[in-house]
Ligand binder design. Structure first.
Ligand code: ADP
Ligand code: MG
Length: 425
């Protein structure tokens, strides 16, 4: 995939209407609908502000949550979940849609911009059309939740065309929703067939750092892979074995590796279906000359709880009734050493159950080691980003990806439809 894409700086947007796909899929309080974390809205501000300053009229859009736009399908899905069909009324369905309206986003965006944000009652309907037609340079409007349209997730060309049509004669499409680029939807990819398509600053930064690390890394490239499951990281391990100089394995998936190597893992997280795969990866690393580091020791717990009793044992020597929840001190030392002289570090997946203080030690040590290297440090993955933030090292990383699933697919070497559709430089 070509990562060298045109950006907002490569097109003239003055006096034009710009359809801007953002990632405003923010977490909300279930009861009140209040936005509990506005990080994603803040992240979109530089691109929005730039476009407004350039004299564009901005038509912003995003999805929010997972509304079901078809009443019949909603009934079917709820029935499958065991809900009483008699209780599944149209009013109830409409309430689920109401809960995912863009009002709170428009309000917060308006506060952050210090500027009125005109909210459309629909995505491509009469209200959106009228408001888009009247929109002036330097003004911003927000369309309703793109997933209220049935065609959104199907990447329906008619919907894409209608969205593009809101920009009038010489519109431009700017995508800045990195969190959604791994999905080929009407608003993330389809519209690019009808408008000149470029990236905003957020996507540009993701392409520069993650794309750069994959295509032409400053070496040695060290990949630290952890998290819960081998099965969710197979693609990443496999792809990075082609690129990295050193691969470090930690987190829950290390126990499947330990078991594959003949160790005992007690009650640790284990994916028995992936034992052969782990051995294959170990052989592949050998044949490619990639150093694959596995834990030397591990912190085990007598239950999965923050107040569990714990002790340190050698890797692959976990007694019954105990489970590994963190990498041990010897491992921490070895991993931090491997990171010290790196040119680039890509980190995906925490080293242990960092949500419990007692088992956050390994993750914290690695984060600290990254904060001290002169290497380019890139954090991908939702929980890894959260861990680095929670542990207080966010400011010291070169790049923390804004897309969980998208960054994972990026690191797997997959083509991202929302990036592929943008104009090459
Ligand atoms: P990311 O979102 O960064 O890709 P993952 O979703 O793969 O990361 O994994 C994160 C989760 O892995 C965390 O919730 C963490 O508690 C869990 N985890 C890490 N180590 C272990 C372990 N030893 N046992 C169980 N869960 C673990
Ligand atoms: Mg995760």
């Amino acid at each position: 995939m070509n990562y060298n894409k045109k950006t907002v700086k490569d097109v003239d947007v003055k006096g034009k209407k710009v359809l801007l796909r953002c990632d405003f899929n923010v977490p909300q309080d279930k009861a009140t609908g209040a936005i509990t974390d506005d990080k994603r809205i803040r992240a979109a501000l530089p691109t929005i502000q730039y476009l407004l300053d350039q004299g564009a009229a901005v038509i912003a859009c995003s999805h929010l949550g997972k509304p079901e736009p078809s009443f019949d399908k909603w009934v079917k899905k709820q029935s499958e979940k065991g809900k009483d069909p008699a209780s599944l009324t149209r009013e109830k369905w409409e309430k689920t849609l109401e809960a995912l309206c863009m009002e709170p986003v428009a309000k917060r965006l308006s506060e952050l911009l210090g500027k009125n944000v005109i909210l459309s009652g629909d995505v491509v309907g009469p209200d959106a059309q009228a408001k888009a037609a009247a929109l002036q340079s330097g003004e911003i409007m927000l369309l309703q939740n793109t997933r209220f349209e049935k065609g959104e997730t199907k990447n329906d060309p008619e919907l894409a065309k209608a969205m593009a049509g809101l920009t009038g004669a010489d519109g431009v499409y700017v995508s800045d929703a990195f969190g959604a680029v791994h999905r080929a939807h009407a608003s993330t990819a389809g519209v690019a067939a009808y408008l000149p398509a470029v990236s905003g600053f957020l996507i540009q930064k993701e392409l520069e750092f993650i794309g750069g690390a994959l295509a032409d890394p400053k070496r040695p490239l060290v990949a630290i892979l952890g998290g819960a499951k081998v099965s969710s990281k197979i693609g990443v391990i496999n792809n990075l074995l082609e690129i990295a100089d050193i691969i470090i394995i930690g987190g829950g998936m290390a126990y499947t590796f330990a078991k594959a190597q003949g160790g005992t893992v007690g009650d640790s997280l284990l994916e028995s279906d992936w034992l052969d795969y782990c051995n294959e990866m170990i052989s592949k690393a050998q044949s490619k000359g990639v150093k694959l580091l596995l834990p030397l020791d591990t912190v085990i717990a007598d239950k999965f709880a923050p107040d569990a009793n714990s002790q340190v044992v050698k890797n692959g020597q976990i007694p019954d009734g105990w489970q590994g929840l963190d990498i041990g001190p010897e491992t921490v030392k070895a991993y931090c050493e491997a990171v010290r002289d790196a040119g680039t570090v890509i980190w995906n997946g925490p080293m242990g159950v960092f949500e419990f203080d007692k088992f956050a030690v390994g993750t914290k040590a690695v984060a600290e080691a990254l904060s001290k290297t002169s290497a380019i440090t890139i954090i991908g993955g939702g929980d890894s980003a959260a861990a680095v933030q929670q542990l207080g090292y966010a400011d010291q990383m070169t790049h923390i990806s804004t897309g969980g699933g998208a960054s994972l697919e990026f690191m797997e070497g997959k083509e991202l439809p929302g990036v592929a559709c943008l104009l090459d430089k």
